[in-house]
Design a protein around this ligand. Structure first.
Ligand code: UDX
Length: 490
């Protein structure tokens, strides 16, 4: 029988995507949301976590109940190679985690993939910070890799332009007095990008060694993969996204804000999920919701610096005084592992008293719910990308105090480009905190409520039918299905 006469037997292959986030809250949160979005569309997912993150996730988030409706979603674990008592929490520890994972996790992951221990994987969606981890086995398995970028497009674009900034002689930074100098070699940001707005990885004072951080290097490398996924939306970062597509990554899927996207798809399918389901690897304290219920509309400033930021006791006290002196009510997340350095010492009694009167402190809050609570009128944030998007979707104006990574550039865009709040940047002083809280929630309240309401509407439209994030997601699902079909035909 010649080839033409042979009956065409189509081997049915359900696509199975391996999703592998960096073991940190911000990365796990959004990639788990992506996993659920894909599962809703009938795509099987293997979600791979380090043992440490997996155990915390299953302890603190109601994962079994939340994902019970998706039999094709498998949770698998892998060791990060570190001892159980390693802190794995702040930014320095995360670099150690990454080094350990390159040495020990990478080879095991490759074995697991090739042996089929992670299921019959037809596509890999890996964290952009893990570029290079699975390249060899993806080639061996003939499956495409798409990198998920957990940070903003404006951060990614700046990282991609890093060599050009150096070539233009605009780096290194020459001391503190150089921080307000404008960087002109990043297309799309020529008039407003100062040295202090560069992602912290790019704020180098020595380019001879081009000591770019390994995470930043990986993120740059990841853009040469078959595709990238951005958790953002065209109406927010359109011009920057176009630069990325034209210059580096033609196959870009802009599908955010992911949490709003998931909410919309669940509602469309009439899947009722508790509003209280969480992706947290920290124990959520819900008592603050009762406190919020008893506060007047838009009267509270919510304060949270994410899952990694650390503070000295002095900085904590500056924030505390500033909040108290503003007389604005506040809800503040102070993680138990947040303080560094010398922590001993009495807290001034006026702070404790004022906090009892008009404040509430919590170790970890249900942030998405907090931001959409009617009592919340502002967000003092570290400008982590998830927090920024959550605030945008909820229409809450921000005061930005960036800590590291993409946060420096996110805060510049919030303040200068999107006009959704105020960029406090590198200042941590009680007078400035007080002034900015009053500016945001009283003096310039109307202005910010208008701009944030508009952007919240655009974010919502983007993930609805006909919106760009919605159609990009359809394109992504189609690509995943198509490549699975091609694999089965081989
Ligand atoms: C990190 C980086 O800091 C960030 O810049 C990068 O873009 C992603 O990884 P993180 O610092 O934790 O993340 O900040 P962020 O991206 O804002 O993520 C924090 C997540 O934790 C958010 O989804 C937020 O809702 C959640 N959170 C935070 C809570 O659920 N409760 C809290 O009390 C605090």
């Amino acid at each position: 029988m010649d080839q033409k006469q042979r009956p065409q037997v189509e081997v049915p292959t359900t696509p199975r995507v391996l999703i592998f986030p960096l073991p940190a809250q911000g990365h796990v949160t959004s990639m788990l949301t992506l996993a659920e979005l894909l599962s809703l569309c009938g795509i099987d997912v293997t979600f791979l976590n380090t043992d440490h993150v997996h155990n915390r996730l299953f302890r603190h988030a109601d994962i079994e109940a939340r994902f019970a409706d998706y039999p094709g979603l498998l949770f698998r674990t892998i060791s990060d190679g570190l001892p159980d008592d390693h802190p794995r929490s702040n930014d320095r520890s995360i670099t150690e985690v990454l080094h350990s994972m390159i040495a020990t996790t990478k080879p095991v992951l490759n074995e697991m993939l090739v042996s089929g221990a992670l299921g019959s994987v037809t596509c890999i969606i890996a964290d952009g910070a893990f570029a290079g981890f699975v390249t060899n086995s993806a080639c061996e398995l003939h499956v495409p890799i798409i990198y998920y970028q957990p940070a903003s497009a404006c951060c990614l674009w700046t990282l991609l332009c890093f060599d050009d900034i150096i070539k233009a002689g605009e780096l290194p930074i020459r001391g503190k007095e150089d921080m307000d100098r404008i960087i002109t070699s990043v297309p799309g940001m020529k008039s407003f990008l100062r040295c202090r707005d560069l992602p912290s990885f790019c704020q180098v004072n020595d380019t001879s060694a081009t000591k770019i951080n390994p995470v930043a290097r990986a993120i740059r490398q990841s853009c040469s993969a078959q595709g990238i996924i951005l958790n953002t939306f065209e109406e927010l970062e359109g011009p920057i996204i176009s630069h990325i597509i034209r210059s580096f990554c033609p196959n870009t899927y802009t599908i955010g804000p992911l949490h709003a996207h998931l909410k919309h798809k669940l509602a469309k399918k009439n899947v009722s999920k508790s509003d209280q389901s969480s992706n947290s690897i920290f124990e959520v304290d819900r008592k603050c919701m009762d406190w919020l219920d008893s506060q007047p509309p838009k009267s509270v400033i919510y304060v949270s610096f994410g899952s990694i930021t650390t503070l000295t006791r002095d900085a904590l006290l500056e924030f505390w005084h500033g909040l108290v002196n503003s007389n604005v009510r506040f809800l503040w997340v102070v993680r138990p592992d947040m303080l560094t350095g010398e922590c001993a010492g009495e807290v001034p009694s006026e702070l404790l008293e004022a906090t009892r009167e008009r404040g509430y402190m919590v170790r970890w809050a249900p942030q998405e719910e907090v931001l959409s609570h009617r009592a919340v009128g502002g967000f003092l944030t570290h400008s982590g990308w998830n927090s920024t998007l959550e605030s945008i979707v909820a229409g809450v104006p921000m005061i930005c105090w960036p800590y590291f990574a993409d946060q420096q550039i996110n805060s510049r865009f919030v303040g200068e480009v999107w006009k959704l709040g105020i960029d406090m940047k590198d200042v941590c002083d009680r007078k400035i905190v007080e002034k900015m809280v009053i500016d945001l929630t009283v003096e310039r309240r109307e202005e910010f409520l208008k701009s944030t309401a508009k952007m919240a509407r655009l974010a919502g439209e983007s993930v609805c039918e006909g919106g760009l994030s919605d159609s990009n997601f359809d394109r992504l699902v189609e690509y995943i299905r198509l490549t699975a079909k091609e694999k089965s035909a081989r």
